[in-house]
Design a protein around this ligand. Structure first.
Ligand SMILES: C[S@@+](CC[C@H](N)C(=O)[O-])C[C@H]1O[C@@H](n2cnc3c(N)ncnc32)[C@H](O)[C@@H]1O
Length: 302
């Protein structure tokens, strides 16, 4: 996390934000004046506000604190971050050079991927094992390499699972979960177009929505909600915006801005609206002990 924080401070220096915000300005106005992307600049500014390098007033105008320069301009990832904000396009491993790849590895490890695997996946899998009916079916939509299903299938004997993801992920998941092949179906598909007849008792969207813009986010929730049988539940897990882990959430949101075309971290009201619009009821939230920075939203299909 400290590496990403240094990269944020360094990017702020590389973009001369202390000069652009010498007088109070709205972020959009600076982005417009410099022809930078407002959404990506806003995510960097959010980080610099938490670092105390920028200050916001009651009208959401931002000005530089008296703490520049910070000496982080050469931090790994700083130049990449500045460049991505200037060009307003996400990191592209095919077009960006080797040095950017190295910098991107530093950023992604620190910011974007740290929440997606490990203890939270184990806890979620174990919780599903005690929630699903004994012979129930779980859909892991955007299930990645199958971390959650590995636990669910290992801890149960009759539950069946379906993992949907893009081709490369599905191939890896199938390999990793080979010993559960009799109870696992893997589907290589874009979730936006995934529309099977309802079959799932619980469907998961675990760390998926932040990869997409709001319109696709709403579509994914609707698509996945439609796979539920009557009485089935959709569980969505995403890092919580703001709250006690504000810095972590802020870095995660910045990661979404760096590595995806339109991704963002959504607030609770937005996710609840998507669930309600998808016809889900009894929406509740809980957190996992191993992932206090995230919220799980659960809603039932009537
Ligand atoms: C951050 S990873 C999370 C993986 C897994 N759910 C976990 O938490 O370990 C997001 C996953 O969602 C998948 N994904 C995102 N959008 C998708 C879409 N439209 N169709 C299929 N898979 C998608 C990605 O390929 C990736 O595997």
């Amino acid at each position: 996390m400290n590496r990403l924080r240094a990269a944020i401070r360094g990017a702020g220096e590389a973009l001369a934000l202390s000069a652009h915000f010498a007088a109070p300005q709205h972020v959009d106005a600076v982005a417009r004046a410099q022809s930078w992307g407002p959404r990506r600049l806003q995510r960097l500014v959010d980080g610099l506000l938490l670092e105390g390098l920028l200050l916001a007033d009651a009208d959401a105008r931002v000005r530089a604190a008296d703490r520049w320069p910070t000496g982080d301009r050469g931090a790994p990832g700083a130049a990449l971050l500045a460049q991505i904000i200037q060009r307003d396009r996400p990191f592209d491993p095919n077009q960006d050079g080797l040095s950017l790849r190295v910098e991107s590895a530093a950023l992604s490890v620190a910011g974007l991927l740290s929440d997606a695997t490990g203890a939270p996946a184990r806890e979620l899998g174990a919780r599903l094992a005690t929630t699903l009916p004994t012979t129930g079916t779980c859909l892991d939509a955007g299930g990645g390499w199958g971390d959650v299903l590995a636990v669910l299938l290992a801890e149960t004997s009759e539950i069946r699972a379906v993992l949907v993801d893009r081709t490369d992920r599905v191939a890896m998941a199938r390999q990793r979960l080979a010993r559960h092949a009799a109870r696992l179906e893997t589907v290589s598909a874009d979730l936006v177009a995934y529309a099977p007849a309802p079959f799932a008792d619980v469907a998961l969207l675990n760390n998926v929505l932040h990869e997409h813009g709001p319109r696709t986010g709403a579509t994914l929730v609707a698509r996945v909600a439609h796979t539920l049988r009557a009485g089935g539940e959709l569980w969505i897990k995403e890092p919580t915006r703001g709250g006690a882990e504000a810095l972590r959430a802020c870095l995660f949101a910045l990661g979404a801005a760096i590595f995806t075309a339109e991704g963002d971290l959504y607030d609770a009201a937005t996710i609840r609206t998507w669930m309600t619009d998808a016809g889900l009821t009894d929406i509740r939230t809980f957190t996992l002990a191993s992932a206090p920075e995230a919220t799980v939203y659960a809603g039932r299909r009537p």
